[in-house]
Design a protein around this ligand. Structure first.
Ligand SMILES: *[C@@H]1O[C@H](CO)[C@@H](O)[C@H](O)[C@H]1NC(C)=O
Ligand SMILES: *[C@@H]1O[C@H](CO)[C@@H](O)[C@H](O)[C@H]1NC(C)=O
Ligand SMILES: *[C@@H]1O[C@H](CO)[C@@H](O)[C@H](O)[C@H]1NC(C)=O
Ligand SMILES: *[C@@H]1O[C@H](CO)[C@@H](O)[C@H](O)[C@H]1NC(C)=O
Ligand SMILES: *[C@@H]1O[C@H](CO)[C@@H](O)[C@H](O)[C@H]1NC(C)=O
Ligand SMILES: *[C@@H]1O[C@H](CO)[C@@H](O)[C@H](O)[C@H]1NC(C)=O
Ligand SMILES: *[C@@H]1O[C@H](CO)[C@@H](O)[C@H](O)[C@H]1NC(C)=O
Ligand SMILES: *[C@@H]1O[C@H](CO)[C@@H](O)[C@H](O)[C@H]1NC(C)=O
Ligand SMILES: *[C@@H]1O[C@H](CO)[C@@H](O)[C@H](O)[C@H]1NC(C)=O
Ligand SMILES: *[C@@H]1O[C@H](CO)[C@@H](O)[C@H](O)[C@H]1NC(C)=O
Ligand SMILES: *[C@@H]1O[C@H](CO)[C@@H](O)[C@H](O)[C@H]1NC(C)=O
Ligand SMILES: *[C@@H]1O[C@H](CO)[C@@H](O)[C@H](O)[C@H]1NC(C)=O
Length: 412
């Protein structure tokens, strides 16, 4: 009850904020029917050149007063163009296949000759930057909604968008009440990423603002378990063995590491061993240390490309994970997650590694992780404690009851 109440309050505030701010426009077609609707807030951060090869960064907002000159609506494509100030504009192109529509490019044009925004600019004239926006696969006849902050980063321009509500290809002269929410607006589910989504439909019905849906973010299937070996030379048995399924969580997306097609290489040393996994999209280097009695994963370096083509490279060389005695293996069957850096979380599934002292190419005895072992024996202990507590309670109330009835008889 309480939780729902505060949730409703939060929603109400959210709507108020969204309604009270932002740039809101409608674009009409030749028949004077609404064909495009947009409400949004944008912050621009632009770095431009001033004298002596120095650059300067200015920040400004998309003003509320804009004109939509240059916007167009066609059956299969349309353009939203918001012009403001002295020759600046922000525009988006949309295309549709009849079922879905996509925003293809965002173009931001800024006029460096406008000294009120770009004082002392070394260049004059108009600059254009284009970017690929996040909103794609929006159901036709629904509004794309994203209240969360979405930053489009570029070399010289960063665009921060939020409180976005846009509908392209409006039919029947009115904005749809149906919403397609962006992934960032979906409530964060605490469930493990392996739980299957209850309903995959991101489209919900709401008469006001984007509602918080109970739809979890689309989840990936459990990654396939890869079996990787390092051999000192081609005719020897393995000196390092690692079995695991991996998922890489970046800020913008999660991806499963694909073992099929992955090549493994590396080296085995007395004090340090290394496993290098190269897949199509990602290269992972794991460095293990032997500190006399125990080993642990000491360094992790992950480089690769996201689905949108952006490169990432993340390394942490000060880890103490997967610790076990030298001569045994480390095992963790349950899904585990590790924050490697602020930008990367590693999820492991069916993990078993042995970086030192592998004999005859098989894993030695395993030391299991906390999750695999402890929970199972904590449960009976908890039940036992609860039971004994109950027995003591019953005993105490019995004793108190007896004492009361005794004093009762005595007072008569
Ligand atoms: C947008 O810019 C204004 C100042 O220009 C700032 O107060 C606000 O926090 C910014 N919002 C976001 C989401 O970056
Ligand atoms: C500015 O940078 C360019 C190339 O980096 C260089 O050729 C030029 O001499 C520099 N100009 C000044 C004034 O420093
Ligand atoms: C750019 O700004 C200058 C100075 O305000 C103005 O004269 C010029 O017309 C603007 N350019 C465009 C394309 O509007
Ligand atoms: C634009 O720059 C060119 C060369 O840098 C200069 O000749 C011209 O006068 C400038 N135009 C304006 C409107 O400032
Ligand atoms: C854009 O954002 C990145 C990361 O926050 C920052 O390093 C860069 O300086 C920003 N660029 C501009 C022009 O603000
Ligand atoms: C909203 O979506 C539902 C289900 O998809 C549909 O039946 C309804 O007509 C839609 N409402 C509007 C106003 O488009
Ligand atoms: C969508 O919302 C409208 C207005 O709240 C309501 O009349 C309609 O029945 C809803 N449609 C569905 C499919 O829930
Ligand atoms: C591995 O064994 C093959 C055949 O037994 C032999 O020809 C080859 O030289 C050996 N390679 C190494 C690196 O020992
Ligand atoms: C691995 O990939 C190859 C070619 O890409 C494919 O033929 C094969 O079926 C895949 N194996 C598995 C287990 O997915
Ligand atoms: C681990 O390190 C110790 C001390 O450096 C060394 O004696 C031992 O042989 C190493 N173990 C393995 C399996 O390499
Ligand atoms: C991580 O790997 C990349 C590519 O192999 C390399 O350029 C980078 O230096 C490595 N970082 C660390 C900290 O090892
Ligand atoms: C990470 O693991 C902890 C338990 O080890 C769990 O409570 C948490 O929900 C997990 N986080 C994610 C994002 O899976």
């Amino acid at each position: 009850m309480y939780r729902y109440a505060s949730f409703a309050l939060f929603l109400a505030i959210g709507i108020a904020v969204q309604r009270s701010n932002g740039t809101e426009v409608t674009v009409k077609d030749d028949n004077d029917n609404i064909c495009l609707y947009a409400q949004l807030m944008v912050n621009f951060s632009v770095s431009y050149e001033v004298a002596d090869n120095k650059s300067q960064t200015v920040m400004f907002k998309l003003p509320v007063d804009v004109s939509t000159n240059g916007s167009t609506c066609d059956d299969a494509s349309s353009t939203l163009k918001l012009n403001f100030g002295k020759g600046h504009s922000w525009s988006v192109n949309f295309t549709t296949n009849g079922k879905m529509y996509n925003a293809d490019t965002v173009t931001f044009s800024y006029n460096l000759s406008d000294a009120t925004i770009f004082p002392k600019s070394a260049l004059n004239g108009t600059q254009n930057v284009t970017a690929k926006p996040q909103f794609t696969e929006v159901g036709i006849d629904t509004c794309y909604s994203c209240r969360s902050i979405d930053t489009i980063e570029g070399e010289s321009v960063n665009q921060t968008l939020w409180n976005v509500l846009i509908q392209a290809f409006v039919s029947n002269n009115s904005k749809s009440e149906n919403i397609t929410s962006c992934a960032a607006d979906m409530p964060v589910t605490t469930a493990a990423p392996t739980t299957p989504p209850t309903t995959a439909a991101p489209v919900t019905n709401s008469s006001t603002a984007p509602p918080p849906t109970t739809t979890p973010t689309p989840t990936l299937p459990t990654p396939a378990t890869g079996r990787y070996n390092v051999k000192p030379d081609e005719n020897s048995t393995a000196c390092l063995m690692a079995d695991f399924g991996l998922r890489i969580g970046l800020k913008t997306e999660e991806m499963n590491f694909e073992p099929n097609g992955t090549t493994s290489s590396g080296s085995c040393g007395v004090n340090s061993s290394q496993l290098v996994l190269v897949s199509n999209a990602v290269t992972i280097t794991l460095t293990f240390l032997n500190d006399t009695k125990k080993f642990h994963l000491h360094a992790l370096n992950v480089t690769g490309k996201t689905s949108s083509g952006g490169a990432f490279s993340v390394a942490n060389t000060n880890l103490s994970l997967w610790e076990a005695a030298v001569g045994s293996s480390y095992m963790c069957n349950k899904e585990q997650n590790y924050t490697i850096t602020e930008a990367l979380t590693l999820y492991t599934f069916d993990l078993r590694v042995q970086p030192f002292g592998v004999k005859k190419g098989v894993f030695s005895t395993a030391e299991e992780c906390f999750l695999d072992s402890d929970l199972s024996f904590l449960v009976p202990i908890a039940v036992g404690v609860a039971l004994s507590f109950l027995i003591i309670l019953v005993l105490i109330s019995y004793l108190i009851g007896r004492r009361k009835s005794r004093t009762g008889y005595q007072s008569v």
